[in-house]
Design a protein around this ligand. Structure first.
Ligand code: C2O
Ligand code: CU
Ligand code: CU
Length: 514
């Protein structure tokens, strides 16, 4: 499709959802998944989407530490997907093609509320008409302030459900953060960046699925990745935002299926990064460019105070398509055209928060987890974790409250953003190895010393880029709940094509069955 003109629609600001009721047990929300149509660009006909409360992104939830939230997630989606569903994996032809379950990414909650991929539900159709199905999940909010996000996690369908629009943001606040006097209110803006492709009639375009061809034939041309040709921020294509000459805080999420970004400002100003996935950093870091893989979040302050009258572009320097002539090199535009409403009294602190370093001397278990390329029975590419498929038995069983090191060994030739549910981890190091040659005993042939993570990745994280030919080690304490969770690559096409594994937090002495 011909490229749409950039920076013609204003950035939508997300409204905070009001609870349907407030009790001693916290705030309760009712959120409904529905099909709806939305205008994503001045020159594009309306797009059919799936959204939470008929919104894309879904409504913003704001919560406060230790004040629990519960959400009843209602499914009122039609019984037919708006995107082509591949039924040739996981015997999905035996399952309903519209399945949903919601995961709140970054939340420490019990397994029943985590949105396990196999806990999907559907809207039931009966002779007398549809009955709606729902699930109520509980979010304790016993954790530090951070930007979280909720999104669909149904087994084998996550890439399509999220692409259709089932994703939203959730801000958890706490007293410590409030004491820092960061830019707030109108000057704190959540941004969800995604890439999409469209047909000229406005409908979403997603490549045909393998089962569109004969599923009995090898179909090696299907690549499990999606890269769109259009940037959408908060539900508008390449939007602009009029700002005052002052500091703003942007809470940025990469909600894309596959695409990673490297963000920078085109006027050469730095991004003052104050937070990552798990909340505030220890100290502010001045970043010329920030990498943002799918599901990663950053908290940045941009200071427009000296830029009155100027136009600044938030750029993306990571390909494919990041070449400015190619469209994907630009995300959105800031116009410093608003009058300063009142003096900017917010702070840009250097010291932000206390983050203890998890101790390596208490480690009993180090797990070496291989990211490997494979093929399925039709010779289509399949990516696996430790050569196991999603439905193979659990192999990772950390003890409750134990600290473990997980070493992700990426033997493929591209990056994977690896995410672990339930916990936040700390990145220890990245170490490159030879993808072709091994030591005589078959062990990895390391080609460099372990490298410390970048300064902005040294606080709490729940998703980390594991570059090709690299072993990335993370350390985490497993808890505070027991039961079955998952870990996976957050490239949704990889997750659905089996780069996802269950893991179980246990309290007994059961050992891993290797
Ligand atoms: Cu953001 Cu398991 O997911
Ligand atoms: Cu998650
Ligand atoms: Cu991956």
């Amino acid at each position: 499709m011909q490229r749409l003109e950039k920076f013609v629609d204003p950035l939508p600001l997300l409204n905070t959802l009001q609870p349907s009721k407030k009790t001693r047990n916290g705030a309760h929300y009712d959120i409904t998944m529905e099909e709806f149509r939305a205008k994503l660009h001045r020159d594009l006909p309306r797009t059919t989407l799936w959204g939470y409360n008929r919104q894309f992104p879904g409504p913003l939830i704001e919560a406060f530490r230790d004040e629990p939230v519960s959400v009843t997630w209602h499914n009122e989606l039609p019984n037919r997907h708006i995107l082509p569903v591949d039924t040739s994996i996981h015997d999905l032809d035996k399952l309903p093609t519209v399945r949903t379950v919601v995961h709140l990414h970054g939340m420490e909650t019990k397994p029943e509320s985590d949105g396990h991929p196999d806990a999907w539900y559907t809207r039931n159709f009966q002779v007398t008409g549809p009955t709606f199905t729902q699930r109520t999940f509980h979010y304790p909010n016993h954790q530090r302030s951070s930007l979280l996000w909720y999104h669909d996690h149904a087994m084998g369908l996550t890439r399509l459900n999220v692409y259709a629009g089932l994703a939203g943001m959730y801000i958890l606040r706490d007293k410590h953060e409030a004491s820092l006097n960061l830019p707030s209110g109108d000057y704190e803006i959540p941004l969800m960046i995604v890439d999409r492709s469209f047909h000229p009639d406005g409908s979403l375009s997603y490549p045909a699925q393998p089962n569109d061809a004969d599923p009995n034939l090898p179909n090696p041309s299907i690549v499990p990745a999606f890269l769109g040709d259009t940037i959408v921020v908060n539900g508008k294509i390449w939007p602009y935002l009029e700002v005052e000459p002052r500091k703003y805080r942007f809470r940025i999420l990469n909600g894309s299926n596959t695409r990673g970004y490297r963000l920078s400002l085109d006027n050469g100003e730095v991004l003052h990064q104050i937070g990552s996935d798990g909340g505030l950093l220890r100290k502010r870091v001045e970043m010329e460019e920030i990498g943002l893989q799918p599901a990663e979040r950053i908290d940045v302050i941009i200071d427009f105070s000296e830029l009155e009258g100027q136009t600044i572009i938030l750029k993306n320097n990571l390909g494919p398509g990041a070449d400015p002539a190619d469209g994907m090199g630009e995300i959105m535009q800031f116009r410093v055209t608003e009058k300063l409403k009142s003096k900017d009294t917010s702070n840009l602190p250097v010291n932000l928060s206390y983050v203890p370093s998890l101790k390596q001397d208490e480690i009993k278990t180090v797990r070496y987890l291989k990211l490997v390329g494979s093929t399925d029975e039709y010779d289509r590419p399949l990516l696996l974790l430790n050569n196991l498929k999603w439905h193979d038995p659990v192999t990772e069983n950390p003890q409750l409250d134990s600290t473990e090191i997980w070493a992700f060994i990426n033997t493929t030739n591209f990056s994977h953003p690896i995410h672990i549910h339930l916990i936040q981890f700390q990145v220890l190091d990245h170490q490159t190895f030879d993808l072709e040659r091994f030591n005589e005993d078959g062990t990895l042939l390391f080609t460099g010393a372990p490298q410390a993570p970048l300064a902005n990745n040294r606080s709490w994280k729940d998703t980390i880029e594991v570059p090709a030919g690299t072993m990335t080690r993370v350390i985490a304490n497993f808890g505070p709940y027991t039961g079955e969770y998952v870990w996976h690559c957050h490239i949704l096409e990889h997750e659905d094509y089996d780069m996802m594994r269950p893991y179980r937090v246990i309290t007994d002495e059961r050992k891993d069955k290797k």
